[in-house]
Design a protein around this ligand. Structure first.
Ligand code: KMH
Ligand code: ZN
Length: 272
């Protein structure tokens, strides 16, 4: 089996220090979390940035400063900025980090409810606009699919050559209002993509580790981190993203799956 790529989604845009005091906001905090996750086995850092008070932003200057700091501490890690940003941001705001020409970025493939009154809006035209912008800059999209219809949208745009092959998907299961996290749904998503694709699995909240275990067992890759889950185990808040990465590494070791270094991840994802 291919080595396991671990993505650490260290900061997110919606979680707060009120929920877990270890959620990083400042550049120092975010880069320290990235360093710990990287040293413990993450080869990709999925990055959202905040102002020091925790307000999420897609400000290009804030991304630039944060990426520079992470790169100093983790010289070869793959940094994957978000183009999802936070709920309610404009497309213009969300697109800013692409101007830093990262190797990868997220491409959200549809609209869904996001708990309470929140709606995460990605119309077909938005997805096309973001995909074309990534194509023009040679940035590999990670196709964020929170539901099966989003996979179908990605496949439709792939048929039109707007999304290029080989595709890399991230299936996120367990957002309230989108596909729920169970083995049947996970396999349904995985079986709907072309064989040439790669995929990562993200289980939200308490689903994080058993979704990860299935992904490891079936040859997928894994994303963990505070963006998706704040707990190390039931009722126990994680002290760091590194602890969440460490737990995935432990599960992978038990199942005999080796962990990819960043350059091995680049090869698997076709970034080299
Ligand atoms: N913050 C979420 C609404 C992404 O990074 O591309 C969306 C998100 C997706 O985090
Ligand atoms: Zn994100």
């Amino acid at each position: 089996m291919e080595k396991l790529i671990i993505t650490a989604a260290i900061s997110g845009a919606e979680v707060t220090k009120e929920q877990n005091k270890n959620v990083p906001y400042t550049i120092e905090e975010i880069s320290n979390e990235a360093e710990m996750a990287y040293k413990l086995g993450a080869s990709i850092i999925h990055l959202h940035v905040r102002y020091d008070d925790g307000t999420p932003t897609q400000d290009i200057n804030r991304y630039k400063a944060c990426i520079e700091e992470i790169s100093k501490k983790c010289p070869d890690v793959i940094i994957q900025p978000s183009t999802g940003g936070a709920i309610g941001m404009s497309n213009e705001e969300r697109l800013q980090p692409l101007n830093l020409n990262p190797e990868m970025a997220t491409l959200d493939c549809g609209t869904c409810n996001f708990g309470g009154d929140d709606i995460f809006i990605n119309t077909e035209n938005t997805i096309i606009e973001f995909a074309k912008s990534m194509n023009n800059k040679g940035i590999k999209p990670e196709l964020e699919c929170f539901d099966k219809g989003m996979v179908d949208m990605a496949l439709t745009l792939n048929n039109k050559a707007i999304i290029k092959s080989p595709m890399h998907f991230n299936f996120i299961l367990g957002v309230p209002g989108a596909i729920s996290a169970n083995g049947q749904n996970l396999l349904f998503l995985v079986q709907s993509i072309p064989k040439s694709s790669t995929f990562t699995i993200t289980g939200v909240g308490r689903n994080q580790f058993y979704m990860a275990a299935i992904a490891i067992a079936i040859g997928g890759h894994v994303r963990v981190g505070f963006e998706d889950n704040l707990y190390l185990s039931k009722g126990i808040l994680a002290n760091s993203n590194g602890e969440l990465v460490e737990k995935v590494v432990r599960i992978a070791n038990e199942l005999g799956r080796e962990i990819a270094k960043p350059d091995e991840a680049r090869k698997i994802l076709g970034l080299l």
